[in-house]
Design a protein. Structure first.
Length: 318
């Protein structure tokens, strides 16, 4: 037994720091089955996120491999912020994630790439299982089996890590499970802005920091490479039935800073407002990249209250 400091949310929605006593083993299928089905999908996604950067370590990536890794990266961006994602066709996105992950596993030509791709495939399977079927008990049982397997596979995927780092993966997975159990509600946000907090529940291992930084660089390169000559309209994520349509080509637009004001419903709490604003910007980012742009990011996010009546500001000096 060991202790792990973890920040979780209680039922009232407030943050509280607790010292959680836990086993040094991965959550079992029986334990995972206690979670709501989308919470299990979130658990699986976060396990995949811990080894996803290994996908770009493939020594001799083919064009097809690059396409599948980029596609998987884009799909996961949707699922991470909303594992339910009903507003964008979550079932179709999950199916596309499974297709892409499986294709990546077939295309990988080295042990690390294959192992990481298999982890991504299992995570996608766990996610899609959360959408299918009618019997909630059967869904939870099947998804839990995938989620348990993916966590073990995540440790194997990072085949160059030390025993201490393997323990870190186990501890992070267990902390996710405890956090989801403590929340006692269905969770759909797997991001580090969500209720589970940072991915590693503390400082990430050195190997992750190194490969994650390189992953972002390589993904950006591959996005440019595989995007050349492809249609800018149609399905955003291959087999996912997500349509998009914009006017013009965004690739020639100079990098600029824009101020966007998002009006939220009266009574909506700050946490929900931030989550929805972040998700909206993520969608804009994906659309911008799909149209040939370089993407968008949030430099500053402010929340302010305003009156129901808009009052124009007076010019300086008046």
């Amino acid at each position: 037994m060991y202790s792990l400091n973890a920040v979780v949310k209680n039922k009232a929605g407030t943050l509280s720091e607790q010292v959680i006593m836990m086993s040094d083993e991965l959550p079992s299928k029986k334990e995972l089955a206690k979670l709501p089905r989308f919470s299990i999908a979130v658990y699986a996604l976060r396990c995949a996120m811990r080894v996803q950067p290994l996908l770009t370590l493939c020594m001799k990536p083919t064009t097809e491999y690059k396409k599948t890794v980029v596609k998987l990266n884009n799909i996961y961006r949707f699922l991470i912020y909303d594992a339910n994602a009903t507003d964008i066709g979550g079932n179709a996105v999950a199916a596309a994630a499974l297709d892409s992950a499986a294709a990546t596993a077939r295309a990988a030509n080295d042990v690390t790439g294959i192992a990481a791709a298999n982890v991504a495939a299992i995570a996608a399977a766990a996610t899609i299982n959360a959408y299918n079927g009618v019997d909630a008990a059967n869904i939870a049982s099947g998804t839990a089996a995938d989620a348990e397997t993916i966590t073990a596979a995540a440790i194997i995927a990072a085949d160059t890590i030390t025993a201490a780092d393997a323990d870190t993966i186990t501890a992070a997975a267990r902390a996710d499970y405890v956090g989801l159990l403590e929340l006692d509600t269905e969770v759909t946000d797997a991001s580090e802005f969500g209720p589970l907090g940072v991915l590693w529940h503390g400082s990430p291992p050195d190997w992750y920091i190194e490969v994650k930084e390189r992953y972002e660089e390589i993904i950006a390169e591959w996005e440019l490479e595989v995007g050349q000559g492809e249609s800018k309209e149609g399905n955003l994520s291959g087999s996912a039935n997500i349509k998009f349509s914009t006017s013009g080509d965004l690739s020639g637009i100079e990098q600029s800073r824009y101020e966007i004001t998002i009006q939220v419903p009266v009574g909506e709490d700050d946490e929900t407002a931030i989550k929805n604003a972040t998700k909206l910007v993520t969608y804009i980012d994906e659309l911008h990249k799909a149209k040939g742009g370089s993407g968008v990011k949030i430099d500053l996010l402010e929340i302010f209250e305003s009156s129901d009546v808009l009052v124009p500001s007076s010019p300086e000096g008046s």
